[in-house]
Design a protein around this ligand. Structure first.
Ligand code: ADP
Length: 304
């Protein structure tokens, strides 16, 4: 089994006496996509910054591509690509110039970078845009350029902090396609996202983190299987309060959020048969998702 590109052991970071990363253990598998999910303030970005050697831990160990961090951050980071939460492209430069400037940070020669640019533009679907200036690009194009830029040093591990936030569905699907190509080429991805559907589609393995600790870990399918019943029936309508005790008898778990009752069950048929005879109730029957697991484990309260 090849070595893990990133291993965190007992990792702790405190700000103002509060542990925002609190004894966190994580090992990601090579050539796979690993998702780090958690509500706002859970400690995801701090974990990524620790993993890159940008923040010094108060305790714990970090091994990044065979190097101990923060001591050997420079050689480790030379093999890592980073897609930050906000685009940090230079607006005064063209697409091509952005790639050239970024490549120079890694000590690549002009000719080495230039040789890589056509493939990177092709990967990003920006082949006709080499001389376009950044402000003329759409949000999706800017994200794809940021992703292409993160590949300039041909990294083994790519760390992505909310790579599709703010994109429309078409642009998001295009980024997903790019990320799948990267794992198909043997690259390892570590990503944070608030889109459970994105995590479910892309990630081989997911760690859910809250208050600086990993609260569960597994493949999306295993997390759904282990934490939640397979069917969800969302019920609302004027008769809901009167019908709720019946729902609670029929379903293993019911949870009210606002005007909607979420019922989790392995056997939806009986519930649906009864609901079909309740004119004062409306319902939606759907398979359980990663979002249901996430909300069960981290709660429905707003975090910011
Ligand atoms: P997430 O990415 O999951 O939203 P973060 O890692 O950004 O979470 O933040 C975790 C907690 O650490 C938050 O409460 C945040 O306010 C706090 N925090 C992050 N960076 C700093 C910092 N440089 N100084 C003080 N507090 C910080």
């Amino acid at each position: 089994m090849p070595a893990s590109p990133l291993t965190l052991k007992g990792l702790t970071k405190r700000y103002g006496g509060t542990a925002v990363v609190d004894g966190l253990d994580l090992e990601i598998a090579p050539g796979r996509c690993h998702g780090l999910l958690g509500p706002n303030g859970a400690g995801k970005t701090t974990t990524l910054r620790l993993a890159l050697g940008l923040v010094t831990p108060d305790a714990g160990e970090i091994q990044l591509l065979g190097h101990p961090l923060p001591a050997k951050a420079a050689p480790a980071r030379a093999r890592v690509g980073v897609v930050p939460q906000a685009d940090s492209l230079d607006p005064d430069f063209t697409v091509q110039e952005n790639l050239l400037a970024y490549g120079r940070y890694f000590g690549l020669s002009q000719s080495e970078i230039q040789a890589r640019i056509p493939d990177l533009l092709d990967f990003a679907g920006l082949s006709g845009k080499a001389d376009a200036r950044v402000p003329s690009l759409s949000g999706g194009m800017k994200r794809r350029l940021t992703l292409a830029r993160a590949l300039i040093n041909d990294p083994d591990l790519i760390i992505l902090d909310e790579p599709t936030t703010g994109l429309d569905p078409q642009a998001r699907h295009r980024v997903w396609q790019g990320l799948r190509q990267l794992t198909a080429r043997g690259k390892t991805l570590l990503l944070t996202t608030h889109f459970m559907e994105e995590a479910e589609r892309l990630c081989d393995r997911i760690s859910i983190i809250d208050r600086g600790r990993i609260i569960t870990e597994g493949s999306p399918r295993a997390l759904i299987r282990d934490h939640i019943d397979a069917h969800v029936i969302e019920i609302h309508g004027e008769e809901l309060a009167a019908w709720r005790p019946r729902a609670e008898r029929l379903c293993r778990r019911c949870e009210q959020a606002g005007e909607t009752l979420f019922c989790y069950t392995a056997e939806p048929e009986t519930v649906i048969a009864e609901l079909d005879h309740q004119p004062g109730l409306r319902y939606l029957h759907r398979p359980a998702s990663l979002e249901d697991v996430f909300l069960k484990l981290t709660g429905r309260d707003l975090r910011d």
